[in-house]
Ligand binder design. Structure first.
Ligand SMILES: [Zn+2]
Length: 151
């Protein structure tokens, strides 16, 4: 429960790396990386004090690889299925993908820019998944996501 001494603080949680995310997920892929980086950004911006404070809605087409992002978010942001502070909300098209984080009354929308998923598709088919995920690691976050913080 929030505030209990046995809860992990963010200092502990933040030690989970993208490598850990790949082990948890089972493979390294661009969508895992996108989710991981978005989750990390949400922690930076919203500064949750425990793993219970933040929640996430993953708005994505309900199919892989798009849903792979949810595993990256779980590892980076500590919003997990078991704690019921992450949920998937289906959208029709990859152009509608966004990750919405809420913490202490503030909401951060990270909306994937439409060109990103088509670029990922291109790189994946030309050079493979690993190259596509490395590409996602190299991009500046603001080139891939539109960021909106409310209030
Ligand atoms: Zn995957």
């Amino acid at each position: 429960m929030p505030g209990e001494a046995s809860c992990y603080s963010w200092d502990d949680r933040r030690q989970l790396t993208i490598r850990v995310a790949a082990v948890f997920h089972g493979h390294e892929g661009p969508w895992l990386v996108l989710g991981y980086r978005a989750g990390w950004r949400a922690v930076e911006v919203l500064e949750p004090r425990s793993v219970f404070e933040m929640s996430c809605v993953v708005r994505a087409p309900l199919s892989t690889p798009f849903t792979c992002a949810a595993d990256g978010i779980q590892v980076a942001a500590g919003c997990t299925l078991g704690k019921l502070n992450i949920k998937l909300e289906p959208v029709r098209s990859p152009e509608e993908i966004e990750y919405v984080f809420t913490c202490r009354g503030r909401t951060l929308h990270l909306k994937l820019k439409p060109w990103v998923w088509s670029r990922i598709k291109e790189i994946s088919s030309e050079s493979g998944l690993t190259e596509a995920s490395r590409w996602c690691m190299r991009q500046e976050l603001h080139t891939m996501f539109e960021e909106l913080l409310e209030p």
